[in-house]
Design a protein around this ligand. Structure first.
Ligand SMILES: Cc1cc2nc3c(=O)[nH]c(=O)nc-3n(C[C@H](O)[C@H](O)[C@H](O)COP(=O)(O)OP(=O)(O)OC[C@H]3O[C@@H](n4cnc5c(N)ncnc54)[C@H](O)[C@@H]3O)c2cc1C
Length: 553
């Protein structure tokens, strides 16, 4: 059933077995898993069916350094479906090494391993609609030609795949199935403003909810799950401080710390030798019709030996902002950047004020490259605009064998990188967030070491030359700040209440009936985009709650 909080009478006390807060990827995956469980599930979602300014404004807050992080109301959506309404769909699981305690990465190590999450990945992959749970090119794309003909390396691997969701908007896709469901109610426009603990501080008594038209009501439940995304989980815990004066789960000042995104950027110049047909840098379709792309990665034993974080790289077109590429399509993108949404346009800005000369040179590129530009537009309209399963991103025929590398690297947990609250309040009276995102030396050093290795491996195999400037690497990787949309680590999982917020089940150490389903619980960030693992862990939590309910009955 789908209902609306504005229809709930003022002062009502609603009840449920499980109350989930937030209908994004995590909350909706849990609701799907709890269908027909016999449990009465109430899913409270702040947003309505459509984006609206007043609701989105509840996400507004401050950033410590605007160059380092986008404003907190960007790169996340407060609407039914959450950020899956705008996500890119790039998906891959974490690697087993990501869960390990690595001596070279301070604060690393999960209380669970890859094998604990593995049983939930295939269903998560189904929910995000990324086809079979097979992330090896060897088995998923047996007939695909090598990425670079003649390149054979034991240290730079080309077998890892990323798969692309449609990208699936969870609200649009699962709304009808959940609406028909007897035991699940999704309540839209219901904002949780406060978590009320009992006097002992060890049990949630109820949640205080508010609507933007001024109503208040509360929800009591046997168990509560926060699935409000990596920034908002910390906000709710920190803001609920009437019983625990430093916030819930925050006796040891852990909530909001270790905030991670990813380190990413287009780096360097790769010039391949030989024919352009020897380089296969684009998408391949798997047998089930899912777009897949191969990437460069380092084996786990080598990461340990070099003392680096987990980093991947993909072949990418030359830097868009520089008209020297003389490519009409790239220049067209540059010229259209102000019409593209903030989230997708940000990394097309050149970082300096664009001169008229720069615009003129891009315009000239478009005018002198009419065939490629038209072919691209036709392809884009057919396979992106009009298709349900969308062609994931711009990939161009490369006539020059000149590429850059698109790097996506793990960010090590850093306690000084954190979310705190401000004195300023939103329309519902909740303190707003302040984001102080910081990176660590190892984040940059890890990319540097991987690029140096790639350069020497390309050279050893005689396939081409990779050049980059290690001196400007930190600036190049952070020129757009934190990679947007991945909000990780603010309520980390662990075994010790002094260094973590939730236990291996995702339950607050201190509070017996409060759980978190979100990248907030990830102690480390991996090279992987987070959503597939968010969904897998949400399914694991749903299975755990079902077991607890069975044991109690
Ligand atoms: C532009 C963009 C591109 C992305 N691309 C990718 C990608 O390619 N691959 C990938 O893996 N990830 C990607 N992501 C990240 C992905 O969208 C998130 O990882 C995912 O949506 C997180 O799911 P979630 O359920 O934890 O949070 P969300 O999807 O953010 O959902 C949280 C929900 O909680 C609700 N909520 C918040 N506060 C309250 C409250 N107080 N009361 C009630 N409800 C509340 C919100 O309205 C929202 O619906 C991208 C993100 C963006 C912005």
């Amino acid at each position: 059933m789908i209902s609306n909080a504005r229809d709930v009478p003022q002062g009502t006390n609603l009840t449920a077995d499980v109350c989930i807060v937030g209908a994004g990827a995590a909350g909706l995956a849990m609701a799907m898993a709890l269908r027909e469980s016999g449990l009465k599930v109430l899913l409270l979602e702040s947003g309505g069916d459509k984006d609206d300014e007043a609701t989105q404004a509840l996400y507004a807050g401050e950033v410590a350094d605007e160059r380092m992080h986008s404003p907190p109301d960007k790169y996340r959506k407060r609407v039914f479906g959450g950020s899956t309404t705008i996500w890119g769909g790039r998906s891959m699981p974490f690697n087993p090494i990501d869960f390990e305690k690595r001596e070279h990465i301070a604060h690393s190590g999960w209380p669970i391993g890859f094998d604990d999450v593995a049983p939930y990945y295939p269903r998560a992959n189904e929910l995000i609609e990324a086809g079979d749970f097979d992330y090896s090119a060897r088995s998923a794309l047996p007939d695909a030609p090598p990425v670079i003909e003649g390149f054979q390396s034991n240290t730079i691997l080309c077998d890892q795949l990323e798969r692309f969701s449609c990208p699936t908007n969870f609200a649009a896709r699962y709304r009808h199935r959940l609406a028909e469901c007897q035991n699940v109610e999704i309540m839209l426009q219901a904002n949780v403003c406060h978590i009320q603990l009992d006097a002992s501080g060890q049990t949630v008594q109820h949640l205080v909810c508010g609507t933007l038209d001024g109503k208040r009501f509360q929800v009591s439940a046997t168990r509560f799950v926060l699935a409000t995304g990596g920034i908002e989980v910390a906000r709710l815990l920190l803001a609920s401080r009437d019983v625990m004066t430093t916030g819930i789960g925050n006796r040891f000042d852990q909530v909001g710390r270790y905030y991670m995104c990813h380190i990413a950027g287009n780096i360097g110049k790769v010039v391949f030798k030989g024919k352009t047909s020897a380089i296969h840098h684009g998408y391949d379709l798997s047998a089930e019709g899912v777009y897949c792309r191969r990437r460069f990665s380092m084996p786990a034993e080598l990461q340990r030996e070099l003392g680096v974080a987990n980093v991947i790289a993909r072949l990418h077109f030359p830097t868009i902002t520089d008209p020297a590429h003389r490519n009409g399509v790239l220049s067209g993108l540059f010229l259209a950047k102000n019409f593209i949404s903030y989230e997708y346009g940000k990394r097309l800005q050149s970082g300096e004020r664009d001169s008229l000369g720069r615009y003129a040179r891009h315009l000239l590129n478009v005018m002198t490259d009419p065939f490629d530009t038209t072919a691209f537009l036709l392809h884009w309209i057919r396979y992106r605009t009009l298709s349900e399963r969308k062609f994931p991103s711009v990939v161009l025929k490369n006539r020059t064998n000149l590429f850059s590398l698109d790097v996506h690297g793990e960010q090590a947990p850093n306690p000084d990188s954190r979310i705190t609250l401000t004195a300023d309040k939103d329309a519902l009276g909740m303190p707003r967030t302040r984001v102080d995102w910081r990176y660590s030396d190892i984040d940059i050093v890890s990319v540097d070491k991987m690029l140096a290795l790639m350069a020497s491996e390309f050279k050893r195999c005689g396939v081409g030359e990779l050049t980059y400037d290690p001196k400007t690497l930190a600036d190049d990787l952070t020129m757009y700040g934190a990679y947007g949309g991945h909000h990780i680590g603010t309520a980390r999982m662990g075994t010790d209440v002094r260094t973590s917020v939730v236990n291996a089940d995702g339950r607050l150490h201190d509070v017996g009936n409060l759980y978190v389903a979100s990248a907030a619980t990830f102690p480390t960030s991996s090279q992987a985009n987070p959503t597939l693992t968010i969904v897998a862990l949400a399914l694991r939590l749903a299975a755990h709650l079902k077991t607890l309910a069975r044991q109690a009955s």
